[in-house]
Design a binder for this molecule. Structure first.
Ligand SMILES: Nc1ncnc2c1ncn2[C@@H]1O[C@H](COP(=O)(O)OP(=O)(O)OP(=O)(O)O)[C@@H](O)[C@H]1O
Ligand SMILES: [Mg+2]
Length: 407
């Protein structure tokens, strides 16, 4: 009988095959005790003492009896092998799950993008939607889904918005026309009465053959020409519906403009009224960079306000003064002996359309302030204060030079 040995030990672990079934078998030798009698073929005799050796037990060569047989213990994979196989199985499963997860993640991303793309487009359009500008409808092919409904609603809203925009524009134009008409009426009305009175005064001077009639004609006609120019500008801008006369700032002597306006109101004043002009001595010019029409219209309103502020029965007295205030500023004050200005009225005088007069429009003070701050107006700041029982309005212009002429 062949001896099975493995690494010197009389036992062996063999991988075997039975048909398609692979298994492992452990072979262990069975020995006879020392002195045990064996028959002729090596088997122990009946009654002989036998002992199977433990797995890891090695019999000392001298203690071991002769091998009387082998025990074969077949078994399938070991626990370690099973563990390895299970680990492999789990790894494969995990890989498949991870792959599937990544695949679904990708699919979900693509699907989400496809779903949100139209929504994103709608959001972009909504952000660009304006009340005043042009809005385009969103083209969207499939119109039966939820997004299609949304797009349809948006497009309908754009249509309505466009209609209201056109309506609003028409209304705005109408309001602008009305506002402009009010302003034109105000600008025409202000100098018209003093102009008429000036002409009547001139007629009277000529009829009475006053010695200074010629000088009066020259001065009054110059004043009237300036006023007519202003009126003509206003009429032109009204007919072309541009804004009221565009600012054309130029270098001019503010003292001369003030004198002309004051003259117009002085000539037309009541016989017992008084308008005192406190201008710098002859030969001194105050050059400002401003629009002449703006100056004339501002002075007209201030002079008329001063006149209107005086209650009936009181002889009106106005003092119109011009003086340099620092090297680059001129201060113009128009003081009257009227009722002054109430504390609750004072903060409102620059509010457009605020007036305490029955026939007033309330644009006399706010308009020049706004116009002088408009780009290109090149006028200075203005300040107003009142004192009971008189009121002084004042305005400042930035002077380019405040020096006697000829220097
Ligand atoms: N010299 C003044 N004395 C007292 N109150 C004044 C004087 N100047 C202006 N005010 C007050 O300021 C208000 C506004 O004046 P503003 O010139 O803007 O308009 P208005 O004179 O009423 O009308 P208009 O548009 O015809 O000039 C006046 O209604 C008046 O109450
Ligand atoms: Mg006024």
């Amino acid at each position: 009988m062949a001896t099975l040995r493995e690494r010197g030990a009389p036992r062996a672990l063999l991988t075997e095959q039975a048909g398609s079934l692979a298994f492992t078998a452990l072979y262990l030798p069975v020995r006879a005790s020392v002195g045990e009698v064996a028959d002729s073929v090596g088997y122990p005799l009946a009654g002989a003492r036998r002992r199977v050796l433990a797995d890891d037990e090695l019999l000392p060569d001298d203690a071991a009896g002769p091998i009387v047989g082998y025990v074969g213990i077949p078994f399938f994979d070991s626990a370690k092998n099973l563990d390895t196989k299970l680990t492999g199985l789990f790894t494969t499963l995990l890989n498949i799950v991870t792959l599937m997860f990544l695949l679904f993640l990708g699919l979900a991303f693509v699907a989400a993008r496809q779903l949100t793309a139209p929504l994103k487009r709608i959001t972009e359009r909504l952000t660009r939607t304006t009340l005043t500008g042009e809005n385009e409808p969103i083209p969207y092919r499939s119109s039966d889904d939820e997004i299609g409904l949304l797009v349809r609603e948006y497009n309908a809203m754009i249509g309505k918005l466009e209609a209201s925009r056109r309506e609003l524009a028409a209304q705005e134009k109408e309001v602008a026309w009305r506002e402009m008409a009010r302003q034109v009426a105000h600008e025409i009305k202000n100098p018209l009465t003093p102009m008429k009175l000036s002409l009547q005064f001139l007629q009277k001077a000529i009829a009475e053959r006053r010695p200074n009639a010629e000088e009066l004609i020259g001065r009054i006609s110059q004043t009237l020409i300036t006023q007519v120019d202003v009126l003509s500008d206003i009429a032109t801008s009204f007919s072309t519906f541009t804004n009221l006369p565009a600012m054309r700032p130029e270098r001019l002597d503010v003292g001369a403009v003030l004198r002309q306006s004051a003259d117009l109101f002085r000539q037309s004043g009541d016989e017992d009224g008084e308008l005192r002009l406190e201008l710098p001595p002859d030969g001194t010019t105050f050059t400002v960079f401003a629009d002449e029409s703006l100056l004339v219209r501002t002075f007209n309103n201030l002079l008329l306000n001063a006149k209107q502020a005086v209650p009936p029965g009181r002889p009106p007295r106005q003092t119109v003064a011009l003086r340099a205030e620092g090297p680059h500023k001129v201060l113009i004050t128009i003081a009257d002996n009227g009722m002054g200005i109430a504390d609750d009225v004072r903060p409102k005088v620059f509010v457009p359309n605020f007036t305490t007069k029955e026939t007033g429009s309330g644009i006399g003070l706010p308009w020049p302030s706004a116009a002088s701050r408009a780009p290109g107006a090149a006028s200075g700041s203005r300040r107003w204060w009142g004192r009971v029982p008189s009121f002084t309005s004042s305005c400042r212009w930035r002077a380019e030079a405040a020096a006697p002429a000829g220097k």
